[in-house]
Design a protein around this ligand. Structure first.
Ligand code: ADP
Ligand code: MG
Length: 545
C-alpha cells in the first residue's frame, strides 16, 4: 500500500480510543470537567455498566452559549493557551480531547448554562455532528448524557467486561474522586440504585466512612499537611488494620487520582516490618506540589505522573506516614521472629518439585510460629500458618469439587458494610460465593448481613475475611483460577495464625494433615511451608565430617 495521510475521522477515532477505552474513562473525563468547572455537586448516573447511558450533572460554571459547539472540537480547551501554560497546569483537564473523543464514540447530549446566559444551551450530537440545538431552562451548571457508548466502535465494545464489572470500575472511580474532593458532594446511581453518596462537608473521615465503612474510618490515622514542599496529607491505616490487597491505596497529586509505583513504594516502605507478608496498608494520600515540579502529560489519560525530583517526593511521603505510625497502637500479630531467618548456606528451602513428605516427629514449637519436627532426613521447621493454609486450601477445593461444602450458619448474623466496588463484585459473583458456602443478604444501603460461611472459617474477624475475599476476586482474572482464588482467601482466613501457641497434639494433627496434601511444601500462594536442615548439613556444621 502506498503511504497515505489518514482521513480526519480515522485519526479522531484512533485518538478517541486513547482517552476513552471503557465506560469508566468517560465518567472520569466528565467528572474531571465538572470539578474543573468548580462544581460543588456532581451526580453520576449509569445504566448497563455505562454502555447504555452515562449522565453527569454538575452545578459548576457552565459553558457560555457562544462556546458550546467549540467544546466539541478537538484540542478545544478553555484551560490553557500557550506552551508555557503546559508547565503550570492546575486543572485536571487541559488537552481538549475528552468531549470530541466521547462524541466520536457515542451519541451525546449536553445542556449547559453559564451565569452570563439567561437560558441553557442544549445540543445533541451524533457521530460528533450536531443534529439538534435549542434553548432550555436550567440552573447554572452542565449535564452531559452519553448514549450507547461504542455502538459504532464494535472492536471496543467486544473488549468490555460484563456490565457489573464495568459498573464496579465506575463505582471505584467515583469513590476515588470523592476521597480526593471531600468538599464536593458526589452521588452515584447505578441502574436506578444509589450506590455512593457523600456529603461534601469537607471531612475526609466522613468520605472514608462512606466508601470503606465506619469501622475503618474510626481507626484511620490522619496526616495533616505541613508547610513543607511537597505537602502530604490524608489518612493511613494503623498496622493493625492491614488488607490483603493493594486496592486500598489511593494516591492523588494535586488532587488528581494517579497511578504511581513511587508513591506506593514510599507508603509500603513506611510500614516496613510492621505488616505480615502479603498484607498492605490502607492509604488515602494527596501530594501537593507546584505544577512545575511534575509532568502529567505522559499519557492521554493523565493517570501517570512524573516527578521532577522523585527522591524528595518519596522521602516526604515515607516520613509523613512514619510520623503518624509511631503514635499508632501496636499491631495485634507480630511478624515472624526475624532472628529465625536462617543463613542461606545452612538451610535449604525445598520447592514444590519434591512433593511428598517423610514421616515427621514433632519436637516442639518455636516462637509460637513454627513447628519444629524431626524426620529421617534431619530437622524441619514448619510455618504453622502456611502449612495449615495448604491443608485447608486443598480441603475446600475437594469439597467444592464434590459440591459438598460444609457450611456453618452464624447464630448472630454479622452486618458488613461493603465498598461500592465490593458490592458490584458481590452482585456479579453471588452464585459462586453461595456455592462456596457464603450467604449474604442485602440489608440496605450497601450494608449486608452475613448469615453463613464455610464451616472451616474461624469465628472472629469474619467481616474482614469476607471483605478481603471480595477484593481478591474483584479483578476479573482467568475464570478457571477463580475457584482457587476463593479457596486461597478462605484458607488464609481460616488457618491458624502465627503467634498462636499449639499443643503437641494439635501440632501432630497439623503435620499429619499436611502429609496428606498434594503439595505439602508450598502454601497456596507459592511460599514454602517449611525449611529443612539435613542431618548431613548438621554434621558438617558441627565439624563431624
Ligand atoms: P479539557 O477538559 O481538556 O479542556 P474537554 O474536551 O474535556 O477538554 O472539554 C472542553 C472544554 O469544554 C473545557 O475546556 C471547558 O471549557 C468546557 N467544559 C467541558 N465540560 C464542562 C463542564 N462540565 N462545565 C463547564 N465547562 C465544561
Ligand atoms: Mg476535560
Amino acid at each position: 500500500m502506498p503511504i497515505r495521510i489518514l482521513a480526519c475521522e480515522v485519526v479522531s477515532k484512533i485518538a478517541a480510543g486513547e482517552v476513552v477505552d471503557r465506560p469508566a474513562s468517560v465518567v472520569k473525563e466528565l467528572v474531571e470537567n465538572s470539578l474543573d468547572a468548580g462544581a460543588t455537586q456532581v451526580s453520576v448516573e449509569t445504566q448497563d455498566g455505562g454502555v447504555r447511558l452515562i449522565r453527569v450533572t454538575d452545578n459548576g460554571d457552565g459553558i457560555p452559549d457562544t462556546d458550546v459547539e467549540r467544546a466539541f472540537h478537538r484540542y478545544a480547551t478553555s484551560k490553557i493557551e500557550t506552551e508555557t501554560d503546559l508547565e503550570n497546569i492546575s486543572t485536571l483537564g487541559f488537552r481538549g480531547e475528552a468531549l470530541p473523543s466521547i462524541a466520536a464514540a457515542a451519541d451525546v447530549e449536553i445542556l449547559t448554562k453559564s451565569n452570563t446566559d439567561t437560558a441553557g444551551s442544549y445540543l445533541q450530537l451524533k457521530s460528533n455532528n450536531i443534529v439538534k440545538r435549542d434553548k432550555r431552562t436550567r440552573p447554572q451548571g452542565t449535564t452531559v448524557i452519553v448514549h450507547h457508548l461504542f455502538r459504532n466502535v464494535p472492536a471496543r465494545l467486544k473488549f468490555l467486561k460484563s456490565p457489573t464489572t464495568e459498573s464496579g470500575h465506575i463505582a471505584n472511580l467515583l469513590s476515588q474522586y470523592a476521597l480526593s474532593f471531600p468538599e464536593v458532594r458526589f452521588n452515584l446511581v447505578v441502574d436506578g440504585r444509589l450506590t455512593l453518596q457523600t456529603s461534601g462537608n469537607s471531612s475526609l473521615k466522613d468520605v472514608v466512612a462512606e466508601v470503606y465503612g465506619l469501622e475503618i474510618a474510626k481507626q484511620m490515622l490522619e496526616i495533616v499537611e505541613t508547610e513543607q514542599v511537597p505537602g502530604v496529607s490524608g489518612m493511613v491505616s494503623p498496622p493493625s488494620l492491614a488488607r490483603s490487597s493493594r486496592s486500598y491505596l489511593s494516591f492523588f497529586v494535586n488532587h488528581r487520582w494517579v497511578n504511581s509505583s513511587l508513591l506506593a513504594r514510599a507508603t509500603e516502605d513506611a510500614y516496613h516490618g510492621l505488616l505480615m507478608t502479603g498484607k498492605h496498608p490502607i492509604a488515602i494520600l494527596n501530594v501537593s506540589l507546584p505544577p512545575q515540579e511534575l509532568d502529567i502529560n505522559v499519557h492521554p489519560t493523565k493517570r501517570d505522573v512524573k516527578f521532577r525530583n522523585s527522591q524528595i517526593v518519596y522521602a516526604a511521603v515515607q516520613k509523613s506516614i512514619q510520623k503518624v505510625l509511631v503514635k499508632a497502637p501496636p499491631p495485634e500479630v507480630k511478624t515472624g521472629a526475624p532472628s529465625l531467618t536462617p543463613p542461606p548456606s545452612l538451610w535449604t528451602v525445598k520447592g514444590a518439585d519434591t512433593v511428598s513428605l517423610p514421616i515427621l516427629r514433632v519436637v516442639g514449637q518455636l516462637a509460637s510460629n513454627y513447628i519444629m519436627a524431626e524426620g529421617p532426613e534431619g530437622l524441619y521447621l514448619i510455618d504453622q500458618h502456611a502449612a495449615h493454609e495448604r491443608v485447608l486450601f486443598e480441603k475446600i477445593l475437594a469439597q467444592r469439587a464434590q459440591r459438598k461444602i460444609e457450611v456453618q450458619g452464624l447464630l448472630e448474623p454479622l452486618s458488613l458494610e461493603l465498598t461500592p466496588r465490593q458490592e458490584e463484585v458481590l452482585k456479579n459473583k453471588a452464585e459462586l460465593l453461595s456455592e462456596f458456602g457464603f450467604s449474604l443478604e442485602l440489608f440496605g444501603d450497601r450494608s449486608y448481613l452475613l448469615r453463613a460461611v464455610p464451616a472451616m472459617m474461624r469465628e472472629g474477624n469474619l467481616a474482614e475475611a469476607v471483605s478481603a475475599l471480595l477484593d481478591s476476586i474483584a479483578n476479573e482474572g482467568e475464570p478457571s483460577k477463580r475457584d482457587e482464588r476463593i479457596a486461597e482467601s478462605v484458607a488464609c482466613h481460616s488457618a491458624v495464625k502465627a503467634g498462636h501457641s499449639l499443643n503437641p497434639e494439635e501440632m501432630r494433627q497439623l503435620i499429619k494433615q499436611l502429609e496428606q496434601t498434594k503439595q505439602p511444601r508450598t502454601c497456596p500462594h507459592g511460599r514454602p511451608t517449611m525449611i529443612h536442615l539435613s542431618s548431613r548439613q548438621l554434621e558438617k556444621e558441627f565439624g563431624r565430617i
